[in-house]
Design a protein around this ligand. Structure first.
Ligand code: PHE
Length: 335
């Protein structure tokens, strides 16, 4: 029996393999379920004990050698030592969980779709911009308290560089490079130095819109947002405009929609008022047009801006803004 073991040892030591089949036959013979080593171990039980002393270590050596060799052979040919014979192909597969589109992206796509159908182009601009594009050109006078409406993250002084506080910087960039007629929306991320809470975050997303042309009036502003609100929140939606103030628009209005949850009778979402605010808007201040080299005696325009988080929270009745940036799959999976 010892001779047999020794001859197997040298067979294992000298084994070579170039194909998967060769490895598999080695595996079946020396490592597989009914391998020769196991058989020898069975016979070993009957062997007289004085022979065991030499035979035992030899058998163990054979067993270890066979395993190491199998690994070596597999690696040299590039296969893993788990052979296909050990894989039960009838077992159900392990499915990775399927991703979903983030609710903010879904709302953004829907908003873009609605405005694109009204002939708006989509414009993009940088998140880091200078003071001129974010404030001064938008008629925020220097040291004017209106600048404090938006707590700003400044990056650099002289020249002033900052994280944009709204996507209105893209309006300025657009009017500088393209003359009227202009009809565009600008979706993007904006930043404000606010403490993070359920209602406020240091970054969020906006979609702003800008229309500039001849004879553009407040009527066009109202119609555009009326159409948007019906598409976004349902046909029965009504809108209401409330006087407001923005440095870059005159007159300015806050846009409210009739509460789509209670239909106007009063509920938690609309705080019993029957109305929820969705956007700021107004007629572009002539100073802003002039700052971009557009003749304000010939052209007029309107602009509006809405928060994507806000629209999404209303639509899905969410009450915590932080959910959008926590990447908790239990939340994200629901969309
Ligand atoms: N830029 C304004 C904001 O961020 C929104 C707005 C845009 C208001 C256009 C009116 C017109 O608050």
């Amino acid at each position: 029996m010892l001779d047999k073991v020794k001859s197997f040892i040298s067979e294992v030591e000298n084994a070579t393999a170039n194909t998967e089949e060769e490895i598999e036959s080695f595996r079946l013979k020396f490592v597989g379920r009914n391998n020769v080593v196991n058989e020898l171990f069975e016979q070993f039980k009957q062997v007289p004990s004085e022979q065991k002393r030499e035979l035992g270590p030899a058998l163990n050596k054979l067993k270890n050698l066979a395993q190491t060799k199998l690994k070596e052979l597999s690696e040299s040919v590039g296969f893993s030592s788990t052979s296909s014979a050990e894989v039960d192909v009838t077992l159900p597969g392990a499915f990775g969980s399927e991703g979903s589109i983030h609710p903010i992206s879904q709302t953004r796509s829907r908003i873009i779709e609605i405005f694109e159908r009204q002939g708006f182009n989509v414009e993009d601009g940088p998140e880091i911009d200078n003071d001129w594009n974010n404030f001064t050109a938008l008629n925020f006078p220097e040291n004017h308290p209106a600048r404090e409406m938006q707590d700003t993250y400044f990056i650099e002084k002289n020249p002033d560089m900052l994280l944009r506080t709204h996507t209105s910087n893209v309006q300025i960039r657009l009017m500088n490079k393209k003359k009227p007629p202009i009809r565009a929306i600008m979706p993007g991320r904006v930043f404000r130095n606010e403490a993070i809470s359920a209602r406020a975050h240091c970054f969020f997303h906006q979609v702003e819109g800008l229309v500039v042309g001849e004879n553009i009036s407040f009527k066009d502003l109202k119609n555009t947002l009326y159409h948007f609100s019906k598409e976004m929140f349902g046909k029965q939606t009504k809108i209401r405009l409330r006087p407001s103030y923005f440095p870059f628009t005159e007159p300015s209005a806050e846009i409210d929609i009739s509460c789509f949850i209670c239909g106007g009778s009063g509920c938690k979402i609309c705080k019993q008022t029957g109305w929820v605010e969705i956007a700021g808007s107004g007629m572009v201040d002539p100073n802003v047009l002039e700052n971009c080299g557009i003749d304000s005696t010939k052209y007029s325009g309107f602009a509006f801006g809405m928060g994507i988080e806000r629209v999404t929270m209303l639509k899905y009745q969410l009450d915590d803004l932080r959910l959008f940036s926590e990447n908790d799959v239990r939340f994200l999976k629901q969309f």
